[in-house]
Design a protein around this ligand. Sequence first.
Ligand code: FCB
Length: 447
Amino acid sequence: MKLLLPKDSIMQTSKFTFGVATSSFQIEGGADKRLPSIWDTFCSTENKIKDGSNGDIACDHFTHWHDDIEMIASLGVDAYRFSISWPRVIKQDGSLNQDGVNFYLQILNKLSEKNIKAFVTFYHWDLPQHIEDNGGWLNRETAYMFRDYVNLITQAFANKVYSYATINEPFCSAYLGYEIGLHAPGKVGKEYGKKAVHHLLLAHGLAMQVLQKNSPETLNGIVLNFTPCYPLTDKKEDVVAAQLADDHFNQWYIKPILDGEYPELLDKLPQEERPEIFENDLTIISQPIDYLGINYYSRAIYRSDDKEQFIQEVPLNVPLTDMGWEIYPEAFTELLVSLNEKYNLPPVYITENGAAMPDVITDGVVNDIDRVEYFQSHLYAVNNAIAQGVNICGYFAWSLMDNFEWAEGYLKRFGLVHVDYETQKRTIKTSGSAYRDLINQRHIKSE
Ligand code: FCB
C-alpha cells in the first residue's frame, strides 16, 4: 500500500518539509526525574483517564531516545517535532535543572548528527503542578513564568534548534482544561475558559519577544488547532450557530495573534466570562510570528438550539476514526483557504495531522491501510490548498509512535510506529513504511 505525492506539487521538492511529531508527556515517561505536572495529578484522580493509566512510563522515550531517533532517521524525515517538559528543565525556584536540559541536549545533538531539523514546542500541556497550585493559567503571573522558562532554555539550546513553537493548541489547554474539565487540570466553569486563553496567548506573546531577541535565526511561532464548524442545514439559524461556534473555538485563538483583537463576540460575553485585558496585552500577543503551525484532524457540525446558541451534532453514517472523529479531508482544504482569505498568514506548517485507528498486530505486522488512506486524502487536501495559493511549507504526521492519548490513555493509537507497552518494542506499521517511501520518492524526484 503506497502513499503518492501529488503531481506537480512543491511537496515533490526538498523545499517542502516532511516530519513526524510527538510531545513530552505522551512519550517520555521518566516521571521520577522531574517535577510533577498537572497531567500527573489529573491521571491520579479517579475516572479522568479512560483506562486508569498515567504517563509514568509511557513509551519510555526517556530511556529509548537514542534508538527512537535512529528510528526517526530510518523514516527519512526532514524534521522531528517534539516538546520540552517544563517540569523537567526548570526547578521549583525557577532555575535551570541541568540534568533535564542535558536530556534534551543529547536529543538535539543526535538529531543534528542525523541531519534532522528540530521543531521544539515549549508547552504541550504539562504545566508544573506547583504553578497550577498558584492558579495555573488563571493566574496572569504564569505567563511571565513561561517567558522566563523560554528565556533560560533558548540560551541553553543555542544554535541547536531549527524552529520553536511557544504553545501547542491553547484551545485544548484553556477550553478542555479549564472550561469543561476533560483535560488537566480538570477545572469546570464558563468563567474560566476565556481567562485561561488570554493568559496562554499573553504567554505566547511574551515568549515571542524573548525568542526574537535570544533566537532570531530560528523560525518562531505558535501551533493552533482548528476544527472547522459546519452548519447542519443551510437554514439561517444553523449557519449562524456554526459561525458562533467557529468564533468560540477557532477564530478566538488566531485573530488576537494575527489581527491584534478578539472576535466581536468579546463584547457580547457576560461580564464574568470576559478576560481581564491590560492595555498593552494585545500588542504583545500580536507580535509578528515567523510561521503558524496548524493542527487539523476533523470538522464538527452544529445546529441552532433556538436560544441563539449552538449544539454539536453527532455525525451519522459517515466514516469515522477510532476517536469517533469524522474523516473529512475537504474541510482541511477549506480551512486553509479560508484562513488565507481572512488573515495575512505567515508561512504555514501543518504541525499535526493523523488518525487513531483500531490497529491489530499480527505476526509482527500492523497493516493499517485505513491510516494510509487517511494520510493520502489529507496530503491531497493540503496540496489542494497550496494550489489555491496558501503558503504551506511542511507537514508533520501525528504521531511518530503510539502514545498516551490524554483522557483516552493508551486505548487510542495514532502512531506510524506501533508500541508494545509491555516490552517497549517498536514496530513500523504499513503507514510508517508508506510515509518513508513517500519521502524517498520525493528525494529521488528532486535530484
Ligand atoms: C492534538 C494534540 C496531540 C494529540 C492529538 C491526537 O490535539 O496536540 O497531543 O493528542 O491531538
